[in-house]
Design a protein around this ligand. Sequence first.
Ligand SMILES: NC(=O)c1ccc[n+]([C@@H]2O[C@H](COP(=O)([O-])OP(=O)(O)OC[C@H]3O[C@@H](n4cnc5c(N)ncnc54)[C@H](OP(=O)(O)O)[C@@H]3O)[C@@H](O)[C@H]2O)c1
Length: 238
Amino acid sequence: MKHVLITGATSGIGKGLARYYANQGDTVTACGRNTEILSSLAQESGVKTKAFDLTKREEIERQFADLDELDLVILNAGGCEYIDNPNDFDGHLFERIMTINVISIGHCLDIILPKIKRGGQLCIISSSSSFLPLPRAEAYGASKSALSYLARTLSVTLKGVDVTVVHPGFVETPLTDKNDFPMPCIVSVEDAVGYISAGISKRKREIHFPRRFTLFLKLLRLLPFSLWLPLAKRIARG
Ligand SMILES: NC(=O)c1ccc[n+]([C@@H]2O[C@H](COP(=O)([O-])OP(=O)(O)OC[C@H]3O[C@@H](n4cnc5c(N)ncnc54)[C@H](OP(=O)(O)O)[C@@H]3O)[C@@H](O)[C@H]2O)c1
């Protein structure tokens, strides 16, 4: 039986992962802000819960203080907002997204890494949007690119903990429900949980799915920027 800590466990991918590991018989500590959802998750799946805002460092310190000997930490919580008009750049939006998607991860790492068992695992949920500069993703894509860089660097430098970075394509969750554009190859939360849990159990350094989508993006990423630019401008025009 493992002890798994998951952030962003009140919704979408994180909630699916919390249910999956609880059903496997693992001890799950599920984090989020929504106390109602956390209590129903506790009743339904027997998970332990921690309700707090990850953008507040002192909250992270307080909530993680009693944790020890973790086998797997999944840093999944995140948010997405789009920059609709980059000529009228919204610095506050940029700060909100960087704070939850990047800065909070730094504070979590500082506090949680010493609490992961030797030989344990750290999984960071980034996004395939980090592969290419995409219209409206100036904030979200930049935050996820930073996260992927961080995770990959930790894979190289961290001793005693294996790091996995996850690059999902589109997954049907409240985060994507808001999108008003076509989402090619979108997958269900159940499928996303299947891909992520299988990759974690194999200690893969990178998990990306669905491959028909992420491999295509990885291929496009090989293009020189001068060739990608006109294509991206066409996508931006719609
Ligand atoms: N869905 C996709 O297509 C997709 C694709 C690529 C990557 N991802 C990434 O996958 C992760 C999960 O996304 P999702 O689609 O499952 O999103 P979601 O359904 O919107 O869930 C986001 C989770 O993050 C938590 N969260 C957000 N801000 C928080 C804060 N300040 N403090 C504490 N918790 C906070 C939310 O908790 P509360 O609501 O309780 O505050 C919620 O549990 C994100 O990092 C996202 O960027 C998603």
